[in-house]
Design a protein around this ligand. Sequence first.
Ligand code: FAD
Length: 495
Amino acid sequence: MNDIFPKRGDHDPANLDLKDFDRYERAHIPPGPPPKQDPRERVLNFNEVFLGYDEEQAIVEAARCIHCPSPEPCILGCPLHNDIPTALLLIEQRRFSEAANVFRATSNMPEVCGRICPQEILCEGSCTVAGYDRAVNIGKLEAFCADWQRRNEGFPDYRIAPPSGKRVAIVGSGPAGMSAAEELMRDGHECVVYEEWPKPGGLNVYGIPGFKLYKQIIAEKAAWLERYGVRFVCNTRVGKDIAMQTLLDEYDAVFLGIGAPIGNKARLPGEELKGIYQATEFLVRANLPLEDLPARLRARPEIGKHMAVIGGGDTSMDCVRSSIRLLRQAGMCDAVVTDYYRRTENEMPGRYEERMHAKQEGVQFEFLVAPVAFHGDAEGHVREIEMQRMELGAPDESGRRSPKPVEGSNFCVPADVVVLALGYSPDPELGNSLPDLKKGWKGLFAVETEFTGATNIPGLYAAGDDVRGADLVVTAVAAARHAARAMDGYLRTER
Ligand SMILES: Cc1cc2nc3c(=O)[nH]c(=O)nc-3n(C[C@H](O)[C@H](O)[C@H](O)COP(=O)(O)OP(=O)(O)OC[C@H]3O[C@@H](n4cnc5c(N)ncnc54)[C@H](O)[C@@H]3O)c2cc1C
């Protein structure tokens, strides 16, 4: 099945013609950074910052791969174990569609992962070339060939297993749910995906801003899955509009990919004031066409002369960069966006690239400060944040030096809009509707192992952020693929 995809070893570099360069020459090809929008232009739009390689640029960049003797570190550094060297060799040989198929053999979302994976700690972080120069731009090359194929040929046609007669319900259409649906559909099972938001995609659509990820990709992917019979039932919250037990009764197996969507609260006085937003609400209202939102969210968020974002992860960078775009589009050139973080830049968990982009776009940063209260005006609207200075103490369980308040250091900063980007927790409602379902840390679903995703209830599987806690697209896809394999085995077992 799925034999249009090359198997590992089909394109062993040893059998391919490394005609142009030997390893030494490859090592001396200068890196070709992918072209980007100029910061002065990009703050006026929500389009992707990276413009993507053209064919000639991609070929030269791919030729920088020195094809390490196996096992190639980049393959091991990728949670999906994409066969990166083979794909890069095919790009080099102008065989872009075949290169895309190499990525698709192990990944359901190469267009997405190529754009937004933290490659510097995964494949590119393991790249041998990074030992003496900039790592090969693996992510941008992955996005290049997957885009090339999608634009020129469409997603590839699949060979589908004969219908199994089994029905699977998938709850959530994020990277985990969509990948599980794709895998199970290919195995011949009928898949119905239940989704709370109006459109499929999860955080790829309702979270990650358009300047990082072109949303049309997800819409095209969903439409393509529908062509193969996957059914998306949107605007439907399982646990409210349809009971979880109904799904367990009516389907042969159920997959839970509901993410970890609840924004953590600051738990500080004044948090309920107007003008204070949770990150996800702010981002979807700032980024998406309003018609793609449920009626209660169909208005742009407020903007103001002083916009403050609290947090240090990638979500906080998405919020400051969305804020500065809203302000500049509205012509508010002297308005300021500031990110407040309680440690120093060294301890920030988000990507360096995102921080650098934010700085280029004019975002300001205040380190070693934490809010202690939000103060409002007579109308109950936030106007100031009371801050306390912090200093770094001993490392905590995350390995980062922990922030400690400096007594008597409180001060106030002006803030007309505040966005809280303080991390995410799982939504307990659906899990609570199944009292027998085993939960783990913070109410995340407990599974046998991530290699099966099996919960303690027969036929019920889970993967993605609802098992790992808020993490990454690539880890959600990887776990969903494992779960789909286990589900296929379960569905094919006589009981
Ligand atoms: C602002 C932001 C930026 C991010 N940036 C990056 C990044 O740059 N790179 C990266 O790799 N990762 C990033 N992430 C993390 C990444 O988006 C997640 O790890 C990934 O989406 C998890 O996939 P998932 O399918 O498990 O969950 P989700 O994407 O959260 O999808 C879960 C889906 O389930 C639906 N759902 C939930 N409950 C129900 C219910 N009861 N009934 C029906 N449907 C339900 C939700 O509406 C949602 O569509 C970011 C996250 C955020 C919030």
